[in-house]
Design a protein around this ligand. Sequence first.
Ligand code: FAD
Ligand code: NAD
Length: 465
Amino acid sequence: MADTDFDVIVIGAGPGGYVAAIRAAQLGLKTACVESRETLGGTCLNVGCIPSKALLHASELFEEANHGTLAKWGVKVGHVELDLEAMHGGRREAVKGLTGGVEFLFKKNKVTWLKGHARFTAKDSIDVAGTAYRAKNFVIATGSSVTPLPGVEIDQERIVDSTGALELPQVPKRLVVIGGGVIGLELGSVWRRLGAEVVVVEFLDQILPGMDGEIRKEANKIFRKQGFEIRTSTKVTGAERKGDGVILTVEPAAGGAAETIEADVVLVSIGRRPNTEGLDLDKAGVAINKRGQIEVDHEFRTGVEGVYAIGDVTPGPMLAHKAEDEGIAVAEILAGQIGIVNHEVIPSVVYTYPEIAAVGRSEEEAKADGFEVKVGKFPMLANSRAKTNRDTDGFVKVVADARTDRVLGVHIIASVAGTMIAQAAQAMEFGATSEDIAYTCHAHPTHSEAIKEAAMAVSGKPIHI
Ligand code: FAD
Ligand code: NAD
């Protein structure tokens, strides 16, 4: 085999691509991974999951000290000061450590990193920086980028996308977030905790589309209580830079009189779109759908022999762990093994305070899918650990099939919902009924006991309420 020939070439080194490449190499396939960024790890490690969580963590610590949460527990810190540059340093360090870690894993597993932008020249060959490479199989894992908003030009200074919002050199006095989805609420939380007034402008009549209705309402209430100004059913029609600020023009989503909102910084976070531009997919014969995504079957085949696709570039939730699991499965399929991802059980977490987590169907989705449902709910206010820690906002909701008692979905809004959701995902993967969860012994005192109690509430028998 020539140096430029491989069993598998993965295009893109995000959580989907780098994991696929490592797994393929572990399974004995000669593997290369093309990445045009300076560092490995894709959106998630460089400008997504990791840096945002670093700032969420740091800003939470600041708020705890600054707003007296620590003092309420007898931890007096005196004058609290923000060193934003040190906070950014912590973020950069987290990114450097993890992206460097992927580079180490590539070396350890003998994955060749092809540096540059890949373009197909045929279904079995690509060009990277002027060199032709061939492979028996290609995995497209090119991820996604920010969806632009016409009339609101991103300059990464005053009008930023999520990447710019992670790097603001100063805390804005007034931040206007366009889009009340995951990014808007997470990064809005960071800057609100550090002192910004935050206004969220959402096109729909409720924030967090796709989540369970009751969770969305509760989140709306909690975020408003925290000081977010949330303007739903509102659309942004234009933005104009004026001095050191921006004037946004908004109007009711249904149409009506326009008005203006002033901001120091505007964050555009209205969703992400798949990266397929510049790949010359037509040379490989791979088609994209109306939303620009590459459609695949349950074995990640694109319809062109030897060309597969995974992660954000394909339909489904744009989540790092979904991409990773698809990366493992596609590599196992390429090595002649069975690779499966259960797309019915993909948890999602919004890392605000409190966290919001879900797995499976919302109550609305379950009903729309024709299920007769039974619902059990348990408030964190009645959970002993949450009461002790004084983090009682939120509740757990279990949605079960009324006929079989099988759990169809679990929805949590609670300080540590992201950690709690793992057991719900595992239970659903094992086909659990609400009774299975209710009769599983949960350690006391833990927030997770609220899941047990919500499961007990499905059949009307919670203890602590
Ligand atoms: P990506 O991570 O986007 O990686 C694709 C890579 O391919 C990129 O590095 C790109 O440079 C490269 N590439 C593209 N085209 C080419 C080409 N032609 N040649 C060579 N290289 C190419 N998800 C979570 O699950 N949890 C979170 O907490 C979370 N937080 C997020 C926070 C933010 C601010 C953002 C923006 C996203 C967040 N996400 C989170 C989403 C997560 O980042 C994505 O779902 C995930 O990165 C998708 O992985 P991927 O491998 O499909 O693509
Ligand atoms: P999103 O889809 O979560 O939210 C976008 C929001 O913008 C929606 O509420 C939508 O109704 C609204 N919107 C759309 N057009 C609008 C307009 N013109 N004016 C006002 N509002 C408008 O998208 P996002 O927050 O940009 O995040 C992108 C992706 O990144 C998500 O799919 C998410 O899965 C992923 N992500 C995940 C995490 C996490 O897992 N914690 C964190 C960040 C991002």
